[in-house]
Structure formats: C-alpha cells, structure tokens
Design a protein around this ligand. Structure first.
Ligand SMILES: Cc1cc2nc3c(=O)[nH]c(=O)nc-3n(C[C@H](O)[C@H](O)[C@H](O)COP(=O)(O)OP(=O)(O)OC[C@H]3O[C@@H](n4cnc5c(N)ncnc54)[C@H](O)[C@@H]3O)c2cc1C
Length: 354
C-alpha cells in the first residue's frame, strides 16, 4: 500500500483548486499528495461564472467579464450596472490545463484512478465525491447550456442576461441565461429549479431551440459546445471524520439560493491551505450560517410559490447593485442583508420561517 500525507478524492474543481493552492503556497515541498480521479481526460465540461467579489488564482482562465446584466420577466426588463464587481466566466478547459501544468512539476504529487493502492488510514483526506443518496424531496438547479455561433453579429456583448423568466414555467421556476462571449457567440442555458421528479422538464434541446428561434429571433446558428448538469440546492450528507474534510459541492460550498459554488471553493482552498499544519484541529469552514438560514426560507417560499418567483427575483435586483451582488456572493453585512430582506414580500416570507 502507498502512503501519502494528504489524499484528495475527486480531481474536479475543488480537488484541483486545493491542490493548486497548496502547491503555490509551497505546502507540498516536504509533504506528499495523492489525487484520486476517475476521468480519463480533462476537457472543457463546465463554464464557471460568478461576481468577482474576492481575488482568486484563475484570472488568466477568464474568457469574458461584464459590468452590466439584465433580468427579464413578463413584467418587463431591468438592467443592473456594477463596475466594482465584474461578472467573470471561466472556461473549465483552461482551468484544468493551467492546474495540471503546475502540478506535474511537483514530484510529491501523484494521480490515481481509484484508492485500491492507497492506505487511507494514515493520510488526511479531502473529499469532493458526493455521497449517493436519494435526494428527491430536495430542490435542484438543473440545466443544459449550448454555446452557439452565428454567421452575423447579433449579440450585445457588453451586457449578459442573468435570468429571462419570460418563458414556459410548467408549475416550476424556469429561466434562460445568456452569456454573450462575442457579438456572434453566446452560451445560452435553460435552467430549472425543481425537485427533478418531473422528467418532462428535461426536453432541454426543444426548450433551447424554441427560445433561440422565437425569443432571440436567431434562425441560423451552429453549436460549438454543450454542457448539462444539476446542482444540489441542499447540503449533502457527507460524513466528516477527524482525518477528513469534505470540499466542493460535497463540502457544502454551494450557495443554496443561487447554485454559485466556484468562488466559495476558492475561499475554502485558501482557508485549508492557511491552516494545513493544524488541519485536524481547525474549525470547519462555513460560507456563513446566516445565508443557510435565509436561503432555506427562500427555498421554502420557492417550493410553495413558484409562480411568484419571477417578481421576487426582479424586486431583489431593484436593490442597489452592490448590495445585491454582495448578498448573492455571501459577502454582505447586516445592513445589506436588511436591504434585500425589505425587498421581499413580507407575509409570504414570515409564513415560511416556521
Ligand atoms: C455544468 C455545470 C456548470 C456550473 N456552473 C457554475 C457556475 O457558473 N458558477 C458556479 O459558481 N458554480 C457552477 N457550477 C457548480 C460548481 O461550481 C461545479 O459543480 C464545480 O465543478 C463543483 O466542484 P466539485 O469539485 O465539488 O465537483 P466536480 O468539479 O464535479 O469534481 C468532482 C470530481 O470527482 C470525480 N469523481 C466522482 N466520483 C469519483 C470517484 N468515485 N472516485 C474518484 N473521482 C471521482 C469527478 O470525475 C470529478 O472530477 C456548475 C456545475 C455544473 C455541473
């Protein structure tokens, strides 16, 4: 059996972000690390976007950033401008390439396909593999996105559309999300917030084609890339142990009301790296207990009143742009929280606290 000081289970976003941070902070000069990852090859499989409210290591993997975004519903369109916190999009293919190039230079790091040859008992484990359980009573954010290219310039690439609710809702919450990377290239996603128990919602290709042709009025396009996924909007039930910390989605790094995870993973990686020498006795990292409390109320409202959500989202974005971005990126102070709470319909939210 091979022994390592640290083992990372799952070399995806969280596993590789942590390995990269440990390596660049020179925490692996005299320690060994095994990364266990099943995939055969790394290629672009996700597009990670977020408001840049804190620094991270991957500015050179950003393919586009914006200062403006819009929210649409049947009630109209609302534009938000914020120069302080740009919205950045990272191509996961560039991220994997950058991290793997860095890690292969360190002889103390080795990759494995499974744990068969590894002694897990004497190592500290960072686990990003989610437990397989039946989560059907919980909400998911599930989606499919396609990157399309058009022969003519069609998109305004200075502004992205965060949510367009002006579409078929089918008794759930549904919106389209459009990131124009260039005037002739955009990622368009159909996104549902549902329990994933209604498989009829998964006709993503039909939804995308209809939206592109009828709402965006684009007749001629080719598809360059596609991605599909489901982000759990609940905390996973992964066990922690004295020699194990869960990271990534498996470690509760997803913001429940939004699905945003990437930047929380980066903050968690820095926290672990700063405390690596005493990791067994270090307090667990949380993205903020107040957000867990507020997001649970928000999701209860969403489960019971899907039809009210477009208006609730639209109202939330009518708060100051800085406030709403900080709130959604879990960096808000109590006054900013109040600013958002006051925009919510009071009675519906109060009923859902209990
Ligand atoms: C398509 C998609 C788009 C997303 N877009 C955004 C976004 O725009 N912004 C944002 O903030 N968040 C986004 N997310 C959410 C989140 O940031 C990502 O899911 C992110 O990849 C989570 O990182 P992770 O390390 O927890 O999981 P992953 O990146 O999925 O890594 C887990 C790794 O574990 C490996 N693995 C699984 N089982 C085993 C096993 N038994 N043994 C060994 N290895 C195993 C997998 O192959 C994978 O590489 C998106 C999610 C998806 C699916």
């Amino acid at each position: 059996m091979k022994e390592f000081d640290y083992i990372i289970l799952g070399g995806g976003c969280a596993g590789l972000s942590l390995a990269y941070e440990l390596d660049i902070k020179k925490k692996l000069n005299d320690k060994t690390l095994a990364i266990v990852e099943t995939r055969d090859e790394y290629k672009r499989d996700k597009t990670w976007s977020f408001w840049k409210v804190t620094d991270h290591n991957f500015d050179d993997c950003v393919i586009k950033s914006w200062n403006n975004f819009s929210i649409n519903s049947e009630l109209g369109s609302h534009e938000v401008v914020n120069k302080e916190y740009p919205y950045q999009t990272i191509d996961s293919g560039l991220f994997y390439k950058k991290v793997l190039n860095q890690l292969k230079q360190n002889k103390n790091i080795q990759f494995f396909k499974n744990t068969d040859e590894l002694n897990l008992n004497n190592s500290f484990i960072f686990n990003s593999i989610p437990a397989k359980e039946n989560y059907q009573t919980n909400l998911w954010q599930h989606f499919k996105g396609i990157e399309i290219e058009t022969p003519k310039d069609i998109f305004d690439d200075e502004i992205f559309n965060l949510m367009d609710f002006d579409c078929d809702q089918r008794d759930n919450v549904h919106f389209f999300y459009t990131l124009p990377f260039a005037k002739n290239k955009a990622l368009i996603e159909t996104t549902w917030l549902s329990k994933m128990d209604d498989k009829t919602l998964n006709d993503y290709d039909i939804q995308l084609e209809k939206y592109i042709k009828e709402s965006l009025k684009i007749k001629n396009y080719k598809i360059n890339y596609q991605e599909e996924g489901a982000i759990p909007l609940f905390y996973p039930f992964n066990k922690t142990d004295k020699n194990k910390v869960n990271i990534g989605s498996a470690g509760g790094m997803t913001r429940l009301s939004t699905g945003y995870t990437f930047l929380n993973i980066q903050d968690h990686s820095k926290y672990i790296t700063n405390n690596i020498e005493t990791i067994q006795n270090t307090k667990a990292y949380h993205i903020g207990k107040k957000y867990a409390f507020l997001d649970n109320i928000f999701l209860n409202v969403l489960k019971k009143n899907p039809d009210k959500m477009p208006k609730i989202f639209l109202n939330m974005f009518k708060a100051s742009s800085k406030t709403v971005i900080k709130f959604l990126s879990n960096k808000s102070n109590i006054f900013e929280d109040l600013g958002i709470i006051l925009k919510m319909p009071k009675w519906i939210f109060i009923k859902n606290i209990f």
